[in-house]
Design a protein around this ligand. Structure first.
Ligand code: NAI
Length: 462
């Protein structure tokens, strides 16, 4: 039996960050992980592999659509799917290996196996029981199921199976127009699949600023994705390697069927806490299956904490990372704080979508007076040169004080550009602060400044 100050259960972005931070703060730390490699869902079967496939398929798109115009002539590349998967696997290994290196560097012990908590202060991994003054649960999430839909990870897949398909399907049906469905739907559409997205609601990407969502849908439709909105999937059946998806249109209750080579179920995720022994410990769980915590990530059982997808809030790797750091710092006696009002969301399609803070809809609901500053990438020189002039930046500010309340970007590098606004919001900046900051020319970030200028006396290039 070994004794630790902290044992973290789960080595995803929440868990590994918490473990490293605890070690940096002088604690003796171990992290339990049952997968063959560190990094959790994000690095192994989520964010990182999907970004590799998005990048590769975007390169193909550029070659097919823009190379000749730029004077780059030659045979268009063809898809070697096996090699693309190998590139994806290599990207994963580099990143998971990186975490292993960081664990060694920070002297975090990796306890290999699946952990459980037989009692507060103890973590069991395999046959061994280890002692810990503090236990941080960072066990993440899993794809939620849909009644009538049986996932076999071959024909009917979650994102995990969709990252390992034996070949590019001719017809892919995606259930759910959320982040996973649209990112992976984009990948396969670019690789030549016919992609149909079936969504329960009347709009894509629930919770997103509605104007951006409409623009996003238009752009994806132009790229070949077909949307069936207001449709509730009833079930799937598989025969001879093909799947039939049955759905009902909500407007008239009519029933429809579509046959596909592959069906991707992307209807959300739920906390994964199986096998931890939480019920026996008496750890409080919400009706949504999330571990209940206070503002220091402590559960109702002394010495047990929880962070990331297993607790309340958006299921995002960076939210989990922030909570991991804050939880560690709290255990060390510091006074950390996570600002949940400034957590960016990014969809890594092309163009990207980045958002932070309030939407027009949420401000209307609050009855708060606001102003909108918008700027299209069509007025941005760099975007025009790079075939990336579709989309716009939209900044929402308080009508009286000019303070930035939220921002929504659809366009090139939106996932990076959004962080200028995040920093501004953290400092309580006004749009004028952004507008008066010199931005290098020619960069995409000038579009952010122009949108800020549009909150005042007007953008220059619009
Ligand atoms: P999601 O919650 O983003 O979207 C699920 C969609 O499925 C919703 O639009 C919902 O209305 C629809 N839906 C539910 N039941 C349906 C039915 N019976 N028929 C038709 N449509 C139905 O969930 P998603 O895309 O699975 O992602 C899961 C989590 O992973 C999210 O919290 C997401 O934020 C996170 N994630 C984040 C990424 C990023 O930040 N880039 C990338 C991938 C995942």
């Amino acid at each position: 039996m070994s004794s630790y100050d902290v044992i973290v259960i789960g080595a995803g972005p929440g868990g590994y960050v918490a473990a490293i931070r605890c070690a940096q703060l002088g604690m003796k730390v171990a992290c339990v992980e049952g997968r063959e490699t560190l990094g959790g869902t994000c690095l192994n079967v989520g964010c990182i592999p999907s970004k590799a496939l998005l990048h590769a398929s975007h390169m193909l798109h550029e070659a097919e659509h823009n190379f000749a115009t730029m004077g780059l002539k030659g045979k268009a590349p063809s898809v070697d799917w096996k090699q693309m998967l190998a590139y994806k696997s290599d990207t994963i290994s580099q990143n998971t290996g990186g975490i292993e290196f960081l664990f060694k560097k920070n002297k975090v012990d990796w306890l290999k196996g699946w952990g459980s908590i037989p009692e507060a202060g103890k973590v069991k991994v395999g046959d061994e029981v280890h002692e810990a003054k503090h236990i941080i649960i960072a066990s993440g999430s899993e794809a939620s199921s849909l009644p009538g839909v049986e996932v076999d990870e071959k024909t009917v897949v979650t994102s995990t199976g969709a990252l390992e398909l034996p070949k590019v399907p001719k017809k892919l049906v995606v259930i759910g127009a959320g982040v996973i469905g649209l990112e992976l739907g984009s990948v396969y559409a670019r690789l030549g699949a016919e992609v149909q997205v079936i969504e329960f609601l009347d709009a894509i990407t629930p919770g997103m600023d509605a104007e951006i969502a409409r623009q996003f849908q238009k752009m994806l439709t132009k790229q070949g994705l077909k949307f069936t909105l207001g449709a509730a999937v009833q079930g799937t059946s598989v025969k001879g390697g093909k799947a039939t998806v049955t759905y009902k249109l909500r407007k008239d209750d009519s029933e429809h069927e579509v046959v596909a080579d592959t069906v991707l179920v992307a209807t959300g995720r739920k906390p994964y806490t199986d096998g931890l022994g939480l019920e026996a410990l008496g750890v409080e769980i919400s009706e949504r299956g999330q571990i209940k915590t206070n503002d220091r990530y402590a559960t109702n059982v002394s010495g047990i904490y929880a962070i990331g997808d297993a607790i309340d809030g958006p299921m995002l790797a960076h939210k989990a990372e922030d909570e991991g750091m804050a939880c560690a710092e709290g255990i060390a006696g510091q006074h950390p704080h996570v600002n949940y009002g400034v957590i960016p969301g990014v969809i890594y399609t092309h163009p990207e979508v980045g958002n932070v803070g309030e939407t027009e809809e949420s401000l209307k609901k609050q009855g708060r007076a606001y102003k909108v500053g918008k700027f299209p990438f069509m007025g941005n020189a760099r975007a025009k040169a790079n075939f990336a002039a579709d989309g716009f930046v939209k900044i929402l500010v308080d009508a009286a004080t000019d303070r930035v309340l939220g921002a929504h970007i659809i366009g090139p590098m939106a996932g990076d550009l959004i962080h200028e606004i995040c920093v501004a919001m953290e400092f309580g900046a006004a749009a004028e602060d952004l507008a008066r900051t010199c931005h290098a020319h020619p960069t995409y970030s000038e579009a952010v400044r122009e949108a800020a200028l549009a909150c005042g006396d007007g953008a220059i290039h619009a």
